[in-house]
Design a protein around this ligand. Structure first.
Ligand code: NAD
Length: 373
């Protein structure tokens, strides 16, 4: 590990662990904002300049280790506006037809795919074939079959595949995991995950099965699927699930409005979760054990993440999730670092296997075994 990285890590740690003191933040942020050598920066092209792509680009401005250097979009006017805003050279701009040529561009290390869900699989295969690392948004793909192909393609191409699980780097989330691992909750017995929002425009891609691969489960329910795993610290081995639909016009066949699902874990922990597109601001995690509890609300939104445990409030400082994510992903890709809670393709694939099994359980009405192996 380089001494510069040690230094940066210490800075990050101290910024995370020191409570807010007037004056401290400005001073430390000034130091933290000093960018390292260009040679150690992860040079990223964003594919899909939509609403989340915009958020990631803004957050990357403050990243010490990743830099937006390229654009891939089907809308020339967006490219022009982003080029001006982020000072992106013409030679690093592509559209969806010609981006395979990125293989001949030595100034781009990785492509961050932030397009509708159905495009993640074909675009990942093309980026991997071009020899560039892939960061892909959640859900990684429409189903486990696609996910396996993506993992395989990136492995064969010798590039890394990471999934945009920003919560895996969030301070309060990591604190609850730390407490659980230290035994603070005693024997963990129960997790509850509630994930949902009221979806608007009925014409958007999120309500189109072809582009979204499903409904609320693919988009927001996945936070409770993924969260159940990192909060409990085990992999679920069975699931039961029930679907309800109050608006079959808006939520067509194959587009789930609300699904309740229950997991069983090897140690006997059980989880009860809800995924919905028809309740506002539903974003709550609750973990209970024989000696204590943690509750977080909001638990997966853009933050600040708030919550408390039986020992008191969760008070790690809020740092823009996508800034921390890009710093850590640069360390993973460029320095071979690992994430405490994994963010690799195998991790994305596990969620897809579980979601496939949830959909199966909805259909069969039975308790279905989850086969992650
Ligand atoms: P969006 O609709 O705002 O943006 C999608 C972008 O893809 C647009 O720029 C659009 O022009 C482009 N696009 C390319 N081909 C398209 C096609 N055939 N149809 C429609 N659009 C096409 O969506 P978004 O909210 O930015 O979501 C993009 C991805 O990011 C999704 O996979 C979503 O799940 C994920 N996301 C993740 C988070 C997170 O917190 N990690 C948050 C929001 C979205």
């Amino acid at each position: 590990m380089s001494s510069r990285r040690n230094f940066l890590q210490k800075l990050t740690l101290s910024a995370v662990s020191i409570p807010f003191i007037p004056g401290f933040e400005t001073k430390s942020m000034n130091v933290m904002n000093q960018k390292p050598d260009q040679s150690t920066l992860l040079r990223v092209a964003i594919m899909g300049l939509g609403s989340y792509g915009t958020r990631v680009a803004e957050a990357m401005v403050d990243s010490k280790k990743a830099k937006l250097v390229g654009l891939i979009s089907g809308t020339p006017s967006k490219i022009t506006a982003w080029q001006a805003k982020y000072n992106i050279p013409e030679k690093n701009c592509y559209n969806y037809e010609n981006f395979d040529a990125i293989k001949d561009n030595p100034d781009i290390d990785a492509v961050y795919i932030i397009t509708p869900n159905a495009l993640h699989h074909p675009q990942t295969l093309r980026v991997a074939a071009a020899g560039k690392h892939v960061i892909c948004e959640k859900p990684m793909a429409l189903n486990a079959r696609e996910g396996r192909e993506m993992v395989e393609a990136c492995k064969n191409a010798g590039v890394k595949l990471l999934v945009g699980y920003r919560m895996h780097f969030e301070g309060n989330t990591l604190e609850v995991i730390r407490m659980r691992e230290a035994g603070a909750f005693g024997e963990v017995k129960f997790f509850q995950g509630l994930s949902g929002f009221k979806i608007g425009d009925p014409t958007q891609w999120r309500l189109n099965k072809e582009l979204a691969g499903g409904g609320a489960m693919m988009d927001i329910g996945i936070y409770s699927v993924n969260g159940a795993r990192y909060m409990v610290g085990e992999e679920p081995e069975w699931v039961t699930a029930q679907e309800t639909k109050t608006d079959p016009v808006k939520f067509k066949e194959g587009v789930d409005e609300t699904i309740m699902f229950q997991f069983g874990f090897p140690s006997g922990v059980v989880a009860s979760c809800l995924s919905t597109y028809s309740m506002s601001n539903l974003d709550r995690f609750f973990l209970n054990g024989t000696e204590g509890y943690a509750e977080m609300q909001p638990s997966t939104g853009y933050g600040p993440i708030k919550g408390k445990t039986h020992k008191g409030p969760l008070d790690k400082p809020h740092i823009t999730h996508q800034t921390v994510q890009m710093d850590r992903m640069a360390e993973i890709i460029l320095e071979g670092d690992t994430a405490q809670v994994p963010v690799d393709g195998e991790e994305g694939l596990k969620d897809l296997i579980i979601i496939d099994t949830i959909y199966k359980a909805v259909k069969t009405g039975k308790k279905e075994r989850i086969k992650l192996g």
